[in-house]
Design a binder for this molecule. Structure first.
Ligand SMILES: C[S@@+](CC[C@H](N)C(=O)[O-])C[C@H]1O[C@@H](n2cnc3c(N)ncnc32)[C@H](O)[C@@H]1O
Ligand SMILES: Nc1nc2[nH]cc(C(=O)O)c2c(=O)[nH]1
Ligand code: SF4
Ligand SMILES: [Mg+2]
Length: 193
């Protein structure tokens, strides 16, 4: 759908330069999704893998974030192999609703109530990033923290439109439950893509 070189705004790799490949197509249907224009895969032109790799390696950085849309609706075997062959570090942003394909250096799973994540994807997550839209999402966060590996990093990220209401609750929660960390969509504060 789009490609851009920016700073990873969220989660464990916040602040690091990364080339983003945003793949079209998602059927999860989050009411608050901040990229609804990504949902219809047919609304976006197809791009050859070789062209994505060339673009991703044209900058100084070698970190690549594959996001969407829901990137795991595509078989990512060939794209991730080509990026690795070109010396890239492959990071994924996924809801975990589809089986994991491809070779990954960092897996961020952000489970959604609208289409539950697969246990097999949760078990491979380096990072679990729960979006807090209302109070009940803390319970949802704990349910999924019980399904990830023992070394998985745990993040709570406010839903953007509810951030002012949810942030005080997140701060109190993390102070009481310090295995969780705060994640903010820092790119939105920086006004970068
Ligand atoms: C647009 S999604 C694309 C990747 C994948 N479909 C997913 O949901 O993980 C990228 C990240 O943005 C988060 N996100 C989307 N809309 C958001 C919003 N309104 N506020 C906060 N985070 C949001 C998602 O939870 C996910 O972690
Ligand atoms: N800077 C920046 N960081 C991000 N981290 C995850 C994003 C996404 O939409 O997947 C995103 C994004 O859209 N921009
Ligand atoms: S799973 Fe990701 S891309 Fe799909 S609707 Fe939800 S936030 Fe948007
Ligand atoms: Mg985004």
């Amino acid at each position: 759908m789009e490609q851009f070189y920016t700073i990873q705004g969220e989660g464990y790799n916040t602040g690091r330069a990364a080339y983003f490949l945003r793949l079209g197509g998602c059927d999860v249907g989050c009411v608050w999704c901040d990229v609804k224009e990504s949902w219809d895969a047919d609304a976006h032109p197809r791009v050859a893998i070789a062209d994505m790799v060339t673009a991703a390696t044209a900058n100084a950085g070698r970190n690549v974030v594959i996001t969407g849309g829901e990137p795991l609706m595509h078989d990512l075997t060939q794209l991730t192999a080509a990026l690795h062959a070109a010396g890239c570090q492959n990071w994924i942003e996924t809801s975990g609703a589809y089986p994991l394909t491809g070779q990954w250096d960092w897996i961020c799973v952000s489970p959604k109530k609208f289409k539950a994540p697969l246990p097999s994807v949760l078990q491979q997550a380096h990072e679990l990033k729960i979006i807090i839209f209302n109070k009940s999402d803390f319970q949802w966060a704990e349910q999924h923290a019980a399904l990830v590996g023992e070394h998985t990093r745990l993040y709570l990220q406010p839903e953007w439109s509810k951030a002012s209401q949810m942030m005080p609750l997140i701060v109190d929660y993390v102070k009481e439950n310090p295995r969780w960390q705060v994640s903010l969509q820092t790119h939105k504060y920086l006004d970068i893509p």
